[in-house]
Design a protein around this ligand. Sequence first.
Ligand code: HEM
Ligand code: HEM
Length: 272
Amino acid sequence: MAMENLKQFLFALSAAGAVGFVAIIFVLRWVLHFKEGLDWDGGLAEFNWHPVLVVTGFIFLQGTAIIVYRLPWTWQCSKLMMKFIHAGLNLTAFIFAIIAMVAVFDFHNSAKIPNMYSLHSWLGLMAVILYGLQLVLGVGLYLIPVTPVSWRAACMPIHVYSGLFLFTSIIAVALMGITEKLIFGLTNPKYKDSPPEAIFVNVLGLLLVVFGALILWIATRASWKRPSDQIAHSLHTNRGGEDNSKAGPAMSELEDGASCETDGDVRKRNSK
Ligand code: HEM
Ligand code: HEM
């Protein structure tokens, strides 16, 4: 399972893992040390589940789900198994996001704060709904075995584009939420006086941007794709083989049934 520029890949992957991990530590320290902690009591401690669950689930787990096909040590495993892992991680991220929404709506209702008045809440709810749609369409197209391969192939560029667009938008929504919370939450001293909490949470925002940038970099390198997809791509561009006109990146859908392959098999496919 040779990968081009393996060192760069490992560097980008460990940087993403480290930055994501530190972001989770930061959001936990924010709510546990600077804020009211975590509880389910209709108060501010319940609100705090909102940032914690979106950072750990909606951002970190989703980022992991997006790059899971790129891990070279999984290339000898069946595509079907990798699809279950990709779908499972995305489903877990979605469940985290739903609980995060329940926490903030429940807090608003018990504190008699109006719902859905901010741009953050509009874009945030839209992102959650579209993410749910992406999940359902993903299962329908790529997990249910009856979907024709030509449909899978035709929809793959849209799936990848909307997945990356959602991931990026969700990070933008989180940055808006962070800024709102700092403006609402810091009264004495205020946000503009740069108290330690403000600096600390600004750094959390930076970490989320860097995490997003690294995941997008990994997910957009053509040479780091699973080998089967590179073959499909080169057949497609060379016009070699039959009926490649619609194959594109989803040609590997055909190999669903294959179980774990040896390194040799992958290399043989690669050299074809
Ligand atoms: C409120 C979504 C991240 C802070 C809301 C609401 C939604 C939402 C739908 C409206 C709740 C209501 O009207 O009752 C999201 C999504 C996020 C996200 C999808 C994923 C990235 C964050 C983060 C923070 C945050 C990281 C940082 C603390 C807030 C605050 C409110 C809020 C302060 C209440 C004020 C308002 O409605 O704008 N969020 N949020 N959000 N969120 Fe987020
Ligand atoms: C690929 C996002 C759900 C099947 C991708 C990629 C992204 C993405 C960004 C490109 C990854 C790459 O180029 O390496 C998402 C998001 C989802 C979701 C955000 C949930 C909201 C699903 C589900 C399935 C699925 C439920 C069903 C199995 C696939 C397949 C690929 C893919 C087969 C192609 C992998 C490859 O190129 O080898 N997805 N996805 N996705 N996704 Fe999803």
